[in-house]
Design a protein around this ligand. Structure first.
Ligand code: COA
Length: 172
């Protein structure tokens, strides 16, 4: 975990990784609200490569995703295809939240090995000293289709919390 008060070389590395992640996501991410309060988790492989990155920030509110009614779907593949195509909507009712996942990324060759899940577990026990965050206290920033599929599985519901969904206007 890299914290804002860590040495410059570590912060520089985090900046480089964030830039690469933003390019990989392929669109302009909402800017971080307050750099001095972010926590960055890096997942380092056995051969010492950064294969996962999670950037978290303090937030106050999240908004619940409104789940669409699924058409009759026969296979898992169909479900994924449907999820990728459809837009998502969320409630306008703010709900208290503590931790915003601004970015979560895993190297493409290493996906579906529970790296993102392990990074979130680590985040939950380290974001606030001495407390373990519940899944209800976490929100995802403007999730991508991959992010939505992951968050639905991780949170155990498609109605997880999101924030930052209109160019950061709703962030706190
Ligand atoms: N399609 C369908 N289900 C997915 C999924 C996908 N692309 N990614 C994750 N899941 C679900 C699966 O149920 C998975 O369990 P399983 O592999 O046993 O079926 C479960 O979530 C846990 O996934 P995990 O292995 O912990 O996730 P990951 O390490 O592959 O990382 C992302 C997930 C989203 C971080 C990764 O796909 C990624 O980096 N994508 C590109 C960047 C991005 O879009 N980030 C999200 C920003 S909100």
């Amino acid at each position: 975990m890299v914290l804002p008060e860590d040495p410059k070389y570590a912060l520089k590395k985090v900046d480089e990784i964030r830039e690469m992640v933003d390019n990989d996501l392929g669109f302009q991410q909402a800017p971080l609200m307050c750099y001095s309060r972010t926590k960055t988790l890096l997942f380092i492989s056995n051969d010492k490569k950064v294969v996962g990155c999670l950037i978290a920030e303090h937030i106050q509110w999240g908004y619940r995703v409104i789940e669409d009614k699924l058409p009759v779907i026969r296979s898992e593949e169909e479900k994924v295809r449907f999820e990728r195509q459809k837009a998502w909507c969320c409630s306008t009712l703010p709900e208290p939240a503590i931790c915003g996942i601004s970015r979560i990324w895993v190297f493409s060759m290493m996906r579906r090995k529970k790296i993102a899940s392990r990074m979130i577990e680590c985040l939950r026990s380290n974001f606030i000293y001495g407390s373990y965050l519940s899944k209800e206290e976490i929100a995802f920033s403007d999730p991508t289709p991959d992010g939505k599929l992951f968050a639905t599985q991780y949170c155990g519901t498609g109605q997880f919390l999101v924030y930052n969904f209109i160019n950061g206007q709703n962030s706190t």
